[in-house]
Design a protein around this ligand. Structure first.
Ligand code: EZ4
Ligand code: CO
Length: 405
């Protein structure tokens, strides 16, 4: 085979409906690969890390040496881990997998070992400003074919709750040029959550896989109580019940409830979930291709999780670009211990800017058969969509105390 040396590594920051960071790696044989390095609300930090610190080291390297390049960027930097570093490494890693699969003339999932299933079961987001609004949204997503749905609704007496659109636009949390302040009340939420699940099960029955995201708002014992109070509603999972910096916190939750637990969208390394997995404190690991070091590292996490019966449930919000989504779908299709994949459809403008081979039908997605990961970028249009500063909200308790968003 002809040599494939990296001759260019270009960072493209663009805002087709929202901000995305894309890395384009070009090789001496005239091919290119694309990687997603988007870190919501901190995009320019990853762009600078890539442009100023990573790109110069890539030029002249053998593009075929994916694992070695991963190790070079991880061990070689001395300063390991962290969301900025790992998103940058992920962008390189996914671009190199894209290149290798294109050189092989295969869709990436074939290079990863071939498919383990017919397609990738995905879950949708249903939300509402009221219970009725939520039920309408669930009905709408069932009509679209989804078999698994995450439900979030406004909590009575609590303004601007996580997971519910601010105003009438589709849900997109990073929506303001300075962080918007949301309020939180755990007691009100804890009273309302079983009522919400009751309404959903009463109307739609138990065939639907039901998910819910507590978004790091609870203490371990509150999370335990919530899990217990929801057991009768047979959730597919309860997500981010408590922050996981202290992995042992999940032991307490586990001792009290059989509600399945999912966590990991903010993790960036296997070390963030080592104990959660080896002690079987969770059921689903939610690390994403983009924020946990790319396909190379995510496969390592998934293999480790498989030893303990933990399945994957990759984060898939609109703040991962279609490149991140495409890469995730190839990964999902190819691993044995896949659980489910989050699907938040992108805005039409985003889909136009990133033409892609992946498809959705009947509750499932498929990465498609295009060589590589099958996602392109309309580079020429980037100038039309300049970066626009946008922050995620912050959160305070009713007495003004800063809380976890
Ligand atoms: O808040 O991706 O499960 N999904 C989530 C997301 C996250 C955003 C943060 O950038 O929790 O909505
Ligand atoms: Co979440």
């Amino acid at each position: 085979m002809a040599e494939s040396k990296i001759v260019d590594a270009k960072v493209i920051v663009a805002c087709p409906a929202r901000n995305f960071v894309t890395l384009k790696i070009t090789t001496s044989d005239g091919l290119y690969g694309l990687g997603d390095g988007t870190l919501n609300g901190r995009e320019l930090a990853v762009a600078a890390y890539l442009r100023d610190h990573v790109a110069p080291c890539l030029i002249g390297r053998d593009a075929e040496r994916i694992e070695d390049t991963w190790q070079y960027l991880y061990r070689g930097a001395y300063w390991r881990r962290g969301p900025v570093t790992m998103a940058a490494i992920a962008a390189v890693d996914v671009a190199l997998w894209d290149l290798k699969a294109k050189r092989a003339g295969m869709p990436l999932y074939q290079l990863l070992g071939g498919r383990c299933r017919e397609g990738v079961t995905v879950y949708a987001h249903a939300n509402g400003h009221s219970l009725d609004g939520l039920l309408d949204s669930v009905a709408h997503h069932i009509e679209l074919g989804y078999k698994a749905i995450r439900v979030q609704a406004a909590v009575p007496g609590v303004p601007d709750v996580y997971g519910v659109p601010h105003g009438s636009q589709p849900y997109e949390p990073a929506d303001s040029s300075l962080p918007r302040e949301e309020t939180w009340s755990t007691p009100k939420y804890m009273r309302f959550a079983p009522e919400m699940m009751e309404a959903v099960r009463a109307r739609f029955g138990f065939d639907l896989a039901l998910l819910h995201d507590a978004h790091h708002r609870l203490t371990p014992i509150e999370a335990a109580a919530l899990g217990k109070s929801l057991e009768g509603y047979r959730l597919f999972w309860l997500e981010d019940a408590t922050p996981a910096e202290n992995q042992e916190a999940f032991r307490l939750i586990r001792q009290h409830t059989t509600t399945p637990l999912a966590v990991g969208e903010v993790f960036n390394s296997i070390f963030d979930c080592q104990r959660l997995i080896s002690e079987q404190l969770i059921d689903y690991i939610r690390t994403s291709v983009v924020h946990a070091g790319g396909i190379t590292h995510l496969r390592r996490i998934a293999s480790f999780a498989g030893l303990y019966g933990v399945r994957t449930g990759c984060h898939g919000p609109t703040d991962l670009s279609p490149i991140g989504m495409g890469a995730a779908l190839h990964f999902d299709l190819s691993i044995p211990n896949f659980g489910i994949q989050e699907h938040m459809p992108h805005a039409p403008l985003t889909d136009e800017f990133f033409p892609h081979a992946y498809t959705y039908a009947n509750g499932m997605m498929h990465p498609g058969e295009a060589p590589g990961h099958g996602v392109e970028i309309d580079e020429a249009a980037a100038e039309k969509f300049p970066y626009k500063r946008a922050y995620l909200p912050v959160c305070r308790l009713e007495d003004g105390t800063m809380h976890n968003w």
